[in-house]
Design a protein around this ligand. Structure first.
Ligand SMILES: [Zn+2]
Length: 483
C-alpha cells in the first residue's frame, strides 16, 4: 500500500505522488503573532508535524515552509491598543511560538518567512495581477482582486452553489463566509497603520498587504527559491482557513502564474475543550503555555492528539490527558525494558529462557500495521492502537522469554515508529541533592539486604516510594526513577 491522503480540493482520499519525487514541498499557514497561540492552533500544527514526519518516514525529502503573519488587521489592532510599534508588539509572540513548538516537539520548518520581511514579493505579485487585468484599484485607493475575472473561484470551498455578490468589496481580512466579494490584495495606508509602522511604499500606492496575499506571495517566493517551481505539493491548515483564506490564495496565485497552486489541500478539524468550543467566556481557553505550566508532558499531549483522527473534532479533557500520560508512561517502561534486557541478554537471573523469535515477530507485524495505518490518510489512532498492542504482547513475550539479538530488531522498529509519533515520556531532570539522597538510601538498603534485615530494606523502599522514587533490582544493581 502507498500513502493516500484526503484532498479537500477533490473531496476524496487520493494516492499521494509529489511533482518531483522524492522532494515534497509543504506549505502550512503559520500563527498570527498578535497573541499566544492556543491549543486549537496547535492541533493543526501537530497534525502538520505528523504529516511531515510520516512523509519523511516514507522516504520523501520534505521542504517545509511555515509563514509568520506579523502584519494583518489583528496584529495592527493589538499593537495599537498596546501602544507599541508592530514589530515591538509581535516579537515576544514570535519567540513564544517557537518555545511552544519546541515544548511540543514539533520539528522546525525549513523556512519561516515573515510577512513584514516579504513585502517586495507581495508587491511583485500584485503587479503581476494588475498587469493581467485581474486586479484593479478601487475608489478607496486599495487594490482588489476581481473574482469575476477568475472563472474557477470557489472550487476549493465549493462556493458555486452560493450567491456570489460580484462587484461588492471587502477590505477586512475576516469577512463573513456568505459574503464572497472581491477581496483586498493591498490596503491603502490608514493613519492607524502608519501609527504602528505597518505601511510600505508600492508603485500602486502606499499601503499594506492583505492577509491572503501574504501567504500566496511567501509560498511562491519560497518554492521558487528552493525548487524553481510555482506549484506546491501540499498546502495544509485548519478547516477554518478553507474559506476565504485558502480560496483567495488559490485565486491570487493561479491568476498570476497560470499554474496549479497546490496539488493536495489538507485540513485539520477543530478542537473543543471539555465538550465545548474554546472560549475565554466559558473559562476553557487553553494556551500551550498553560499546559506546560500545569506540568503536562508534551509526550502525553501528542498522544492525546494522535488518538483522534485529524479530520474529526477533538475533545480535549483533563481525563483524556491523564489517560494519555498513563499511556506514554507504559510505553516508556516497555521501551526501557526492551533496551535493558537486550543490553544484558545473559544476565537475567530469573530463570527465563532466552530465545529469538517472538518479540521480533511481534515487532515486524506491528511495523506493517503502523505503516498501513498512517498510509491510510494518516490514521494515527489506528497506528497508536497497534503500538499499544505491541506493548501489551511484547511485555507478555518478555515475561516468557528474554530477548536475544531480536531485542535490537524490536528497538529498531520502535525507534522508527517513535520517530514519527515522538511520544516517549520526557525524562525528568533531577536535582543533584536528590540524586545523592536516593543513592545513599539505596546503598543503605543494599547493606540491610546483605545482612538479611529485610524489614529495614522494606522500610527504605517505602521511604523512597513516598518521595516518588521507584526502584527495581536488576542483575547490574538497583535501578531507580521518578514515578
Ligand atoms: Zn495562509
Amino acid at each position: 500500500m502507498t500513502l493516500a491522503l484526503y484532498n479537500t480540493l477533490t473531496r476524496r482520499v487520493e494516492p499521494f505522488a509529489p511533482l518531483v519525487p522524492p522532494r515534497v514541498t509543504l506549505y502550512t499557514c503559520g500563527p498570527t503573532v498578535w497573541n499566544y497561540a492556543h491549543i486549537g492552533n496547535f492541533r493543526t500544527f501537530l497534525f502538520e508535524d505528523l504529516l511531515r514526519r510520516h512523509l519523511q518516514y516514507s522516504g520523501y525529502d520534505v521542504f517545509h515552509i511555515m509563514n509568520l503573519t506579523d502584519v494583518d488587521d489583528r496584529t495592527i489592532k493589538a499593537a495599537a491598543s498596546a501602544g507599541k510599534r508592530l514589530e515591538e508588539h509581535t516579537a515576544p509572540f514570535v519567540q513564544a511560538f517557537f518555545e511552544d513548538r519546541d515544548y511540543l516537539r514539533i520539528q522546525p520548518a525549513h523556512a519561516y518567512p515573515r510577512a513584514t520581511q516579504s513585502v517586495p514579493a507581495m508587491i511583485r505579485l500584485v503587479d503581476r495581477l494588475l498587469e493581467r487585468g485581474i486586479a484593479y484599484t478601487g475608489e478607496d485607493g486599495s487594490i482588489y482582486f476581481a473574482i469575476a475575472r477568475f472563472s474557477t473561484y470557489g472550487r476549493l470551498s465549493r462556493l458555486e452553489t452560493r450567491e456570489l455578490k460580484v462587484g461588492a468589496r471587502v477590505a477586512s481580512d475576516e469577512y463573513g463566509k456568505d459574503d464572497p466579494r472581491d477581496f483586498a490584495l493591498w490596503k491603502k495606508a490608514e493613519p492607524a497603520d502608519e501609527q504602528v509602522g505597518a505601511a510600505w511604499d508600492a508603485p500602486f500606492g502606499r499601503g499594506r498587504p492583505g492577509w491572503h496575499l501574504e501567504c500566496s506571495a511567501m509560498s511562491l517566493e519560497q518554492i521558487g527559491l528552493c525548487c524553481r517551481v510555482e506549484t506546491l505539493d501540499i498546502h495544509a491548515g485548519g478547516v477554518d482557513l478553507i474559506f476565504p483564506h485558502h480560496e483567495d490564495e488559490i485565486a491570487q496565485s493561479e491568476a498570476a502564474t497560470g499554474e496549479p497552486f497546490a496539488r493536495y489541500w489538507l485540513h485539520a478539524e477543530f478542537l473543543n475543550v471539555r465538550g465545548s468550543k474554546m472560549s475565554k467566556r466559558f473559562g476553557n481557553f487553553l494556551t500551550v503555555r498553560d499546559l506546560r505550566d500545569q506540568g503536562a508532558d508534551a509526550a502525553a499531549v501528542r498522544l492525546l492528539f494522535w488518538q483522534t483522527h485529524y479530520r474529526k473534532a477533538l475533545d480535549f479533557t483533563d481525563e483524556a490527558l491523564a489517560a494519555a500520560a498513563a499511556g506514554v508512561k507504559r510505553l516508556g517502561e516497555f521501551y526501557e525494558r526492551v533496551r535493558r534486557e537486550t543490553e544484558n541478554p545473559n544476565g537475567l537471573p530469573d530463570g527465563r529462557g532466552k530465545r529469538d523469535g517472538r518479540l521480533a515477530e511481534l515487532a515486524a507485524r506491528f511495523e506493517t500495521e503502523f505503516r498501513a495505518a498512517l498510509d491510510d490518510d494518516l490514521n494515527a489512532p489506528r497506528a497508536c492502537a497497534a503500538l499499544f498492542q505491541l506493548v501489551h504482547d511484547g511485555n507478555a513475550a518478555l515475561d516468557a522469554e528474554a530477548p536475544g539479538s531480536e531485542g535490537g530488531v524490536a528497538l529498531g522498529v520502535l525507534d522508527r515508529a517513535l520517530g514519527v509519533l515522538d511520544i516517549l515520556p520526557t525524562t525528568k531532570t533531577v536535582e543533584p541533592a536528590v540524586v545523592r539522597w536516593v543513592e545513599e538510601r539505596i546503598a543503605a538498603r543494599d547493606k540491610a539486604r546483605k545482612s538479611k534485615d529485610f524489614k529495614a530494606a522494606d522500610r527504605i523502599r517505602a521511604e523512597l516510594m513516598a518521595k516518588g522514587v521507584e526502584i527495581e533490582d536488576t542483575p547490574s544493581g538497583t535501578k531507580w526513577r521518578l514515578a
